[in-house]
Each structure stands twice: as structure tokens, then as C-alpha cells.
Design a protein around this ligand. Structure first.
Ligand code: E4P
Length: 220
């Protein structure tokens, strides 16, 4: 499973990119606003840090505006993927952007039938938001299961399943077990994924034992 970072904070992106495990980055208008920086500048900087798909979201809700915005954003860097909302005009924009050879990430997906439409429109990726479904008392991971199974039934559909709105490490574990193509993970969940108290305890014991080793006589 590919791991994307779900953030527009370049300091975080540098930190986790240094681990050597980041395949891409997703942003959205809320994350860009939170960064306090100019949209295009952030996207350009992220592209200079991570060599993989970098999602930049359009804010127009009309097909023509989305295509225009998407075409402009795609010009920032060859790795930019245009994030388009899963609404009727977004499907038409996805089709038009695909015809221009521009990759898309169709976002705000909350049902398997929406995902099917995104795939039919030629989306490169579709982003089901599992945490927001969990917040409603539904089981977000059931949606991932449905979409993965649906796409497997039709091998001509090439759209990748990008698990979004991840809230905990178990979401990542389950997404991987289900065979989702990508999980986009917030920085704080990355820390939780790598940390384990037994790793820390074991390392401390190894280092303490190392200090008690025999060193032998110095050779001349
Ligand atoms: C990523 O592409 C999504 O925009 C993001 O995962 C949404 O997460 P949230 O539900 O925590 O805002």
C-alpha cells in the first residue's frame, strides 16, 4: 500500500519524507488555509520535497472553472494531481481533465456508487472519507471494503482507492488488509504508527547491555 501524507505543512512533509516511506501528499482547501501560505507556493514546495503524486484541490464548483483551475494547477509540476469534488460537475471535469492527460483525485466520496461513477469518469484516484463516516456512527471501513471489491470485479477500472480522513492507526491497518491502494495519513498518525513501547524498552536494554560488554586488550 502506498503511503501519502495528509497535510500542507512543509516542515512535517520534510520530517516524514526523511523516513523514506512517503509516496505522495494530499492537501485540501482547509489544510492550505491552515498553513497560512499561498496555495501555489505550498504546492510547488511540496513537489520539491516528495517525488510522487501531490494533490491540489480546485475550489470552483462548475465544470469549466474546475477544468480551467485544474489545468493551471497541473502546470505547477508534473506530479500535481487535481482534486475534484464528487459532484456531477466534478465528474464532467474529471472526464475533461483525463482527456487532457491530467491526473485526478476525486474527493469527498461517501458511497460505493459515487466511487463507481468517479472511476467511470476516468479518475486516477478516488478518496473515500472514512473518519467522517465513523463520526456519523457508520463504519467507514465497510465503504473501503465495498469499493475495493467493486473495482476488483471490473479490472478495466484503473482508479486507485485512496483511503482518506484517517483518524487512527487501526484505519491504516485495516485499509492495508483490505488491499486499498493508498492511505493518506495525518502526521500525528505517522508518529503513532512508528512508536511502540516495547521497541523503546528493547532498545534501551540493548544499549545498556552494550555498555557492559568485554572490550579486550588494545592492539598495538
Ligand atoms: C484527504 O485527501 C482529505 O482531504 C482528508 O483526509 C480529510 O480528512 P478529515 O476528515 O480529517 O478532514
Amino acid at each position: 500500500m502506498k503511503i501519502f501524507l495528509d497535510t500542507a505543512e512543509v516542515a512535517d512533509i520534510r520530517k516524514y519524507a526523511a523516513w523514506g516511506v512517503i509516496d505522495g501528499v494530499t492537501t485540501n482547501p482547509s489544510l492550505i488555509a491552515k498553513s497560512g501560505r499561498v496555495f501555489e507556493e505550498v504546492i510547488e514546495e511540496i513537489c520539491s520535497i516528495v517525488d510522487g503524486p501531490i494533490s491540489a484541490e480546485v475550489t470552483s464548483v462548475e465544470t469549466e472553472g474546475m477544468v480551467e483551475e485544474g489545468t493551471r494547477l497541473a502546470g505547477i509540476h508534473e506530479n500535481v494531481v487535481i482534486k475534484v469534488p464528487l459532484i456531477p460537475t466534478g465528474l464532467a471535469a474529471t472526464k475533461a481533465l483525463a482527456a487532457k492527460g491530467i491526473k485526478t483525485n476525486v474527493t469527498l466520496c461517501f458511497s460505493a456508487t459515487q466511487a463507481l461513477l468517479a472511476a467511470k469518469a476516468g479518475a486516477t484516484m478516488v478518496s473515500p472519507f472514512i473518519g467522517r463516516l465513523d463520526d456519523l456512527g457508520e463504519r467507514g471501513m465497510a465503504l473501503i471494503e465495498d469499493i475495493v471489491r467493486t473495482f476488483r470485479n471490473y479490472p478495466t477500472l484503473k482508479t486507485e482507492v485512496l483511503v482518506a480522513s484517517i483518524r487512527n492507526t487501526d484505519h491504516v491497518r485495516q485499509a492495508a488488509l483490505l488491499g486499498a491502494d493508498i492511505s493518506t495519513i495525518p502526521p500525528k498518525i505517522m508518529d503513532k504508527m512508528v512508536g511502540h513501547h516495547m521497541t523503546d524498552k528493547g532498545l534501551a536494554a540493548f544499549l545498556a547491555d552494550w555498555e557492559t560488554r568485554a572490550t579486550g586488550a588494545p592492539t598495538s
